[in-house]
Design a protein around this ligand. Structure first.
Ligand code: GLU
Length: 323
């Protein structure tokens, strides 16, 4: 069945920063934040900041604080959320467990959630079906367990919980990447809502939070494009209005590897020691096709000419010597 998802209408444009600060901000995340900011501001919209620290051990508060300082230094301001300001402050996902529980219970009451006892090694076995980008497709191993089997397995192991997905295609139009279609059952399988230690999964938390914060457009890295169908399905089940999505191309190192925290020289700590804020913003704007030269720019100065049509769809190799 084709399921064309409606775009959100008649709500004030609200974009967001939704980082998971497990280290210092780096160029890859910064590029997405810049595009999210420019997209919202070029439509007269606002930005909310939410710290996605569900895995609180991996995301100590010190990095969230540094991230706020880095964004502010760069001129990427937010209107609500974070540790300061507005209706949604402070906003740390690690403090929102009760909110996620309410939505989780709704799904549970509809009989859509089941316990999964599969181990990591079982899931990642070489014989497990994989998607083209290397993700494991859950084959539904624990979907049909009887109450007796569940009771027996519980004696040995605390389960994680998965959402049952239908054999259905979900199609949406991405603001950067164009039309994208995914069949939840075939391309992903039943997915986690909650880990065995009780921590809610990103997919559930992100939907509940974007809806709560009135987010109308989600701009994030293309690595999350394939999460969107799952999230749209959750919006539908929970009766929430979905935002528009724009997935921006990822930044690759000059040798073609994806930039990550391991590229320490691309962390804001190092970049701040070498460049001014307008120099960093200007170089990124150049890499993303938003200006013809890597000249220093403030974020505001890029707003009038911002257009998604200028942003490439392919991952971007950082030109040698740009940073
Ligand atoms: N917190 C996620 C990350 O930093 C991003 C989630 C999102 O933008 O939906 O990778």
């Amino acid at each position: 069945m084709q399921n064309q998802v409606p775009v959100s209408q008649n709500r004030p444009v609200t974009g967001r920063f939704a980082p998971s600060p497990s280290g210092r901000l780096h160029l890859g995340n910064l590029a997405c934040s810049l595009l999210a900011w420019l997209s919202a501001k070029s439509q007269g919209g606002r930005i909310v900041l939410r710290i996605e620290d569900l895995d609180a051990e991996r995301c100590p508060r010190v990095y969230a604080d540094l991230l706020e300082q880095d964004l502010a230094w760069l001129g990427l301001t937010w209107d609500e959320g974070g540790s300061t300001g507005g209706a949604h402050a402070p906003y740390y996902q690690s403090e929102c467990g009760d909110i996620y529980t309410q939505s989780y219970r709704k799904l549970e009451q509809r009989g859509l959630v089941y316990p999964c006892f599969c181990s990591r090694s079982q899931l990642h076995a070489a014989s497990a079906p994989h998607t083209s980008d290397g993700n494991v497709i859950y084959p539904g191993t624990c979907r049909g367990l009887t109450p007796e089997e569940i009771a027996e397995k519980r004696k040995k192991k605390a389960p994680a919980y998965r959402l049952m997905v239908p054999d259905e295609e979900i199609t949406f139009t991405d603001g950067c990447m164009g039309t994208h279609t995914e069949n939840l059952l075939r391309d992903c399988g039943d997915f986690y809502l909650r880990r065995a230690d009780g921590v809610f999964a990103y997919q559930l938390a992100v939907v509940v939070d974007d809806a709560r914060m009135g987010v109308t457009e989600v701009v994030r890295g293309a690595d999350l494009l394939s999460s969107t169908a799952r999230q749209l399905y959750l919006y539908r089940l929970l009766g929430l209005q979905p935002p528009r999505f724009a997935h921006c191309p990822l930044l690759l190192a000059a040798d073609g590897r994806r930039l990550s925290k391991r590229d320490g020289d691309q962390s804001l700590e190092n970049l701040r020691a070498k460049y001014t804020a307008p120099e960093i913003i200007g170089k990124l704007a150049y890499a993303y096709g938003l200006q013809p030269e890597p000249a220093p720019r403030t974020p505001e100065s890029l707003v009038p000419d911002f257009a998604w049509t200028k942003v490439p769809k392919q991952d971007i190799c950082l030109p040698e010597g740009l940073f």
